[in-house]
Design a protein around this ligand. Structure first.
Ligand SMILES: [Zn+2]
Length: 268
């Protein structure tokens, strides 16, 4: 049975540091076949244990960009996945900012941890790669980290998309079409987005256009928490007619009931 587990739903350092919500990313599990850990932010390892996820079973870690609330625990998660290097296993995929040196930046992954895993795969926008029974397409997103990428995962039976942090753009809409379960980072309520991020109004437009079978909003900032994510989700659902829920820490959903996609992809 497939499961999506939200280890944390904090969308800003303020929310995480006040302990209003946890961070730690999202787990996607398909039976015993694979376990993906998306955006392992602060507390990722701690939260896997709290929510009954075995971090050693992780087969791939996917990171959208180099902001600390998305990748802080990347190296720790790799330690857990490989038993501190006793077993060389697992794949790390993500933005170049996290996995490669830039002109004035160093990668978030350490050289030591790069050597613990089987493969490290820096991804471009509009990249396609097959991994296990999943086809991974990157979503072209626009964020402060210019190398940021989102993930569209063609899993057996359903398609789940997680753009990560991004601005609303026409390319984003296009790349999300055919998504069954859409997970959106919505740090701001109403029309109050700041920086290159989404607010509820933008989320509503995306959900209305993409028409997933299920939309989940997560990654909440302080203003969003004040406005109440459940209330915002209800407004989106009323306006779009699409089932929309607000994630809470530890929320587990079963995506298989929401898809009709069958992947022919096998292996790398
Ligand atoms: Zn960010």
């Amino acid at each position: 049975m497939a499961q999506i587990i939200f280890l944390g739903t904090a969308g800003s350092a303020a929310v995480a540091s006040k302990n209003l919500r946890s961070s730690g990313g999202i787990i996607l599990k398909i039976d015993d076949a694979f376990q993906f850990h998306l955006d392992p932010g602060p507390g990722a390892l701690l939260k896997t244990r709290e929510y009954g996820v075995n971090p050693h079973n992780t087969t791939a870690v996917l990171v959208t960009h180099n902001h600390i609330n998305h990748c802080n625990d990347l190296n720790l998660v790799i330690e857990a996945m490989t038993h501190s290097g006793l077993e060389r296993r697992g794949v790390v995929l993500g933005s170049k900012s996290v996995l490669q040196s830039g002109e004035d930046s160093h990668p978030f992954i350490t050289r030591y941890h790069q050597n613990l895993v089987e493969r490290v795969i820096p991804l471009e926008k509009n990249h396609k790669i097959a991994f296990e029974s999943v086809e991974i397409h990157t979503i072209p997103v626009e964020h402060a980290d210019q190398t940021a990428v989102g993930f569209k995962l063609f899993c057996p039976g359903f398609v789940v998309s997680y753009p990560g942090d991004t601005l609303f753009t026409p390319q984003l809409l296009e790349s999300l079409s055919g998504t069954d379960v859409l997970i959106l980072n919505v740090p701001y309520p109403g029309k109050r987005a700041q920086g290159l991020n989404l607010d509820s109004d933008a989320a509503m437009k995306i959900i209305d256009h993409v028409k997933p079978r299920l939309a989940v909003i997560t990654h909440f900032g302080l203003e969003m928490l004040k406005a109440d994510p459940m209330h915002e989700a209800r407004l989106i659902q009323q306006a779009t007619g699409i089932q929309t829920i607000a994630a809470s820490d530890g929320l587990t959903i079963s995506p298989t009931g929401y898809g009709n996609y069958h992947s022919p992809v096998k292996g790398f």
